[in-house]
Write a protein that binds this ligand. Structure first.
Ligand code: NAG
Ligand code: NAG
Ligand code: NAG
Length: 184
């Protein structure tokens, strides 16, 4: 009787040991060590010209979109803009921002961006992080929430300070300083 109990306990302990190894293996495979990235880059927007990378995708019936009223309440833009290493639009392209921006302020200039920042060059090539946030564009400095990612940005969470560093009626450059907790 005693021997049987000992045997059972031994088997249970071995099972526990094996399960622990398996779960550790999984954890290591899916989640590397947590890191903090501090990345600065520049998003280059353009709403006019040939094949503009930002296009109006929807607007409420009866609402006019014009050069002086680009983002009336309810308008939706889709974008696929390059982001670069430096403010100069001709500097090295680090990736593309793809997604949409909703004009969601009835009486204030608030955009709600749903964007994926996909890196095609540099140390984060092949990885992406996602933004879902509130952007009061009239404020000089804004903060966007970073809510997830892929590749080196797995389990990303963080925020980005953004400010518009150059703009004309058809072009703009936004500076991003992103602080991201992630597992790679
Ligand atoms: C990120 O880097 C920039 C530029 O080097 C620096 O000014 C800023 O303080 C850093 N932010 C954090 C949270 O470390
Ligand atoms: C915006 O302003 C209009 C007109 O003054 C008002 O009817 C509406 O309730 C306001 N909307 C919000 C979200 O404050
Ligand atoms: C940061 C920046 O350059 N903002 C400018 C964008 O364009 C408007 C209209 O020309 C200016 O008033 C802003 O100062």
């Amino acid at each position: 009787m005693n021997n049987v109990n000992h045997l059972l306990i031994l088997i249970l302990l071995m099972l526990l040991f094996v399960l622990t190894l398996v779960s550790q293996g999984h954890a290591q495979h899916y989640f590397g060590k947590e890191k903090v990235a501090n990345i600065t880059f520049y998003n280059q927007g353009k709403v006019a010209g040939d094949n503009p990378p930002i296009v109006l995708a929807a607007k409420p019936e009866g609402t006019t979109v014009s050069a002086t009223s680009l983002i009336p309440f309810g308008s939706v833009y889709v974008l696929d803009t390059p982001f670069t290493e430096r403010q100069d639009p001709n500097s090295k392209v680090l990736g593309q921002v793809q997604g949409l921006v909703v004009s969601a302020g009835q009486n204030d200039s608030v955009l709600v961006p749903l964007l994926v920042f996909g890196f095609t060059d540099g140390p984060f090539k092949g990885s992406s992080f996602s933004v879902l946030s509130r952007d009061p564009i009239m404020e000089a400095e804004r903060e966007l929430a970073i809510v997830g990612g892929t590749g080196k940005f797995r389990l990303a969470r963080g925020f980005a300070y953004i400010r518009t560093v150059a703009n004309t009626t058809s072009d703009f450059t936004d500076e991003y300083n992103a602080i991201i907790f992630h597992h790679e």
